[in-house]
Design a protein around this ligand. Structure first.
Ligand SMILES: NC(=O)C1=CN([C@@H]2O[C@H](COP(=O)(O)OP(=O)(O)OC[C@H]3O[C@@H](n4cnc5c(N)ncnc54)[C@H](O)[C@@H]3O)[C@@H](O)[C@H]2O)C=CC1
Ligand SMILES: O=C(O)[C@@H]1CCC=N1
Length: 301
């Protein structure tokens, strides 16, 4: 069905008194027409991006080729998305203008070695692998080509993600704006200096896992004080979402918003005392510091 105009017809004389209506369903033009994108390593994160490109009509299916490690997964993903999925990284990279790298950090150098023969200085590589520096990709490619490093997160699945991006030595402002358009399909984007990318990984890349644990714990607490589990989970998740929206949309400091909840001599302050005694703040700070430290090591294995 790739690239075809879909034309169907229905018999509807009973409804409209006409013998036949011609239905013509034509997909609207893609927002980045003519750009060919390869997603090398369409796993969890790469798969989310691939689906978002299609859902947002950033790219038509025939503008995308994805790769995975195993042929059976290629077949399944192709059937699910209507996109060509292959295990041939070199062919995909040779065909594409923009090459997204979505394999594990340790696999990036080997993957670039594989696709090197298909790279030219006119192409652009966008890596969302943690830890791998733009200079490492440039050096492995052996070309003065644009490299952009990105760190998205999994709420991207609902277009509620956030992606930090930084450009390598040969990436132009125009190429950065192409990368921002790519990641805008899955949420907000922010451009940072590359020295901050491991910290971004520790905070917003890993962060959803930390927040899920907090939501799970709040729900467990709700069950502990007598709520049905489904009600407790809804209350915990919506409270987290609503509180995040308050920070983003009011622009108030989180401490001020916390003070608004805390009635003098009320119940909230008693809960806060327990949080402080249990070291929640320090624990979260340590979690982000540990994840950031590990992010610095991942490229080396
Ligand atoms: N999962 C997350 O929350 C985030 C992950 N990342 C980064 O995304 C990358 C992938 O992570 P996940 O999606 O979580 O892992 P994943 O294991 O789901 O995805 C990796 C994919 O690469 C494929 N692959 C492996 N070797 C390949 C090869 N030679 N050719 C083609 N495909 C190959 C695998 O089949 C798999 O589908 C990592 O570098 C990670 O740092 C970045 C931001 C967030
Ligand atoms: O855990 C990881 O290594 C990846 C990078 C950020 C989120 N997941």
């Amino acid at each position: 069905m790739r690239g075809l105009r879909l034309v169907g017809s229905v018999q509807s004389d009973k409804l409209l008194g006409m013998s036949e209506i011609e239905l013509e369903i034509v997909r609207p033009a893609a927002m980045m027409p003519g750009v060919k994108v390869a997603v090398l390593g369409a796993g969890k994160m790469g798969g989310i991006l691939l689906q978002a490109f299609l859902k947002n009509n950033l790219l038509a299916p025939e503008q995308i080729v994805a790769t995975v490690q195993h042929a059976d997964r290629a077949l399944a993903l192709s059937a699910q998305t209507g996109v060509e999925v292959t295990t041939d990284n070199l062919a995909a990279a040779t065909w594409a203008d923009v090459i997204l790298l979505g394999v594990k950090p340790i696999q990036v150098p080997g993957l670039i070695e594989t696709i090197k023969g298909g790279l030219t200085a006119e192409k652009m590589i966008v890596s969302f692998a943690a830890s791998v520096k733009t200079t490492a990709i440039e050096a492995a490619a052996g070309l003065e080509l644009a490299v952009i490093r990105a760190m998205p997160n999994t709420p991207s699945m609902l277009a509620a993600g956030v992606t930090a991006l930084c450009g390598g030595r040969f990436a132009s402002a125009e190429q950065m704006s192409v990368a921002q358009r790519i990641f805008a399909t899955v949420g907000r984007t922010v451009v940072v200096a590359e020295k901050h990318m491991d910290a971004v990984t520790g905070l917003s890349g890993s962060g959803p896992a930390f927040i899920y644990i907090i939501i799970e714990a709040l729900a467990e607490a709700g069950v502990n004080v007598g709520l049905p589990r489904d009600v407790a989970t809804l209350l915990a998740a919506q409270t987290t979402l609503g509180s995040a929206k308050m920070v983003l949309e009011t622009g108030y400091h989180p401490a001020l918003l916390k003070d608004q909840v805390t009635t003098p001599a009320g119940c909230t302050v008693d809960g806060i005392l327990e949080l402080e005694e249990g070291g929640l703040r320090v624990t979260l700070i340590k979690a982000v510091k540990r994840a950031t430290a590990r992010a610095k090591e991942l490229a080396a294995g």
